[in-house]
Design a protein around this ligand. Sequence first.
Ligand code: NAD
Length: 273
Amino acid sequence: MKMDQDADPQLRIGFIGAGNMAFGIAKGMLSGNVLPINIKVSAPSSTNQGRFQELGISVTHSNTEVVSGSDLVFVAVKPHLVPLVLSEVSPHVQQKQIIVSVAAGVTLAVLEELLPENSIVIRLMPNLPCVVQEGALLFARGANAKQEDGAVLRSLLRCCGLVVEGPEAWIDIHTGMSGSGVAFVYLFAEALAEGAVKMGMPSALAHSIASQTVLGAGRLLRDSGKHPAQLRSEVCTPGGTTIYGLHTLEQGGVRASVMSAVESATEKARELG
Ligand code: NAD
C-alpha cells in the first residue's frame, strides 16, 4: 500500500546550512519528483556549496533570501548556531511557511520561542544514509503544525528512506539509536573486517565483504519483517560455527554494550536540549 503522496513539484524548498545533512536530504529528495530548480541552499562560505551546484541546486550566502523564497525551510546548521540563525531570519518568516529543524537537541519549544508566534515548526531527526535513500527519519510536529504539514514533509522525504512521525520525546531516542547508531554499525563492520585480517584475509577484500555483510543482513532483516532473534537462530546450525562466534560475542558483553551505547547517546542528546 502506498502511504505517501508524491511531493508537490511546485513547492519551493530552502536549506539554511550546506553541510552533510542538508546534502543528504537534498540528494534523497532529488531522487523523488523534487526538481533542483525549486531548491535553494545558503551557507556563509562557498566551501560546501559546489556539490549542491553539481546537482543543479542554486546557492547563496544569504539566509534571508532562502527564507523569503521558500515554502518549506530546513534549518540544517549545528545546534549551537540555531538561535543565531533563527533570530536573523525570524522577521522574514511568514505564517504559511513550514520550518523544519534537523538540529540535534534543539526542542520544539525553543524553536517556537525563536520564531514568530504561531509559526509552523517541525523537528526532524534524519540520519546520514539519506544520501543513498536508505535513511531512517523521525519527525515531531510543533503546536501549530497540522497533520497536512506533516504530510507535505513526508511527501518530500519519501525517497530519503523510512519516514515516521512520533512524539517529541522519541526524537532523542532516535538520535541515540539511529543518528549515532550508523557509527555503531560502522564500528561493527570495521571489527568484522579486522577479525578477517587477523585470520589472514587481505584488508581491502575483508572491508568489502564486511560492508556487503552488513548491507545484506540489514536488507534481509528489513525486507523479511522477521525479528532479529529469529533470523539469528536460522543461521545457527547446532554445534556450528555461528553459535561458537555468538557465544564469544555474548561473553564480550556486546549486547549490553550496544544497549548502553544507545542509552548514553540518547542521554547526551537530551543534555543538548
Ligand atoms: P555540517 O558541519 O556538515 O554543516 C553545517 C553547515 O552549516 C555548513 O555548511 C556551514 O557552512 C553552515 N553554517 C554555519 N554557520 C551558518 C550560518 N550562520 N548560516 C547558514 N549556514 C551556516 O553539519 P551537519 O552534520 O550537516 O549537521 C547539521 C545539523 O544536522 C546539526 O544540527 C546536526 O545536529 C543535525 N544532524 C546531523 C546528523 C548527521 O549524521 N550529520 C544526523 C542528524 C542530525
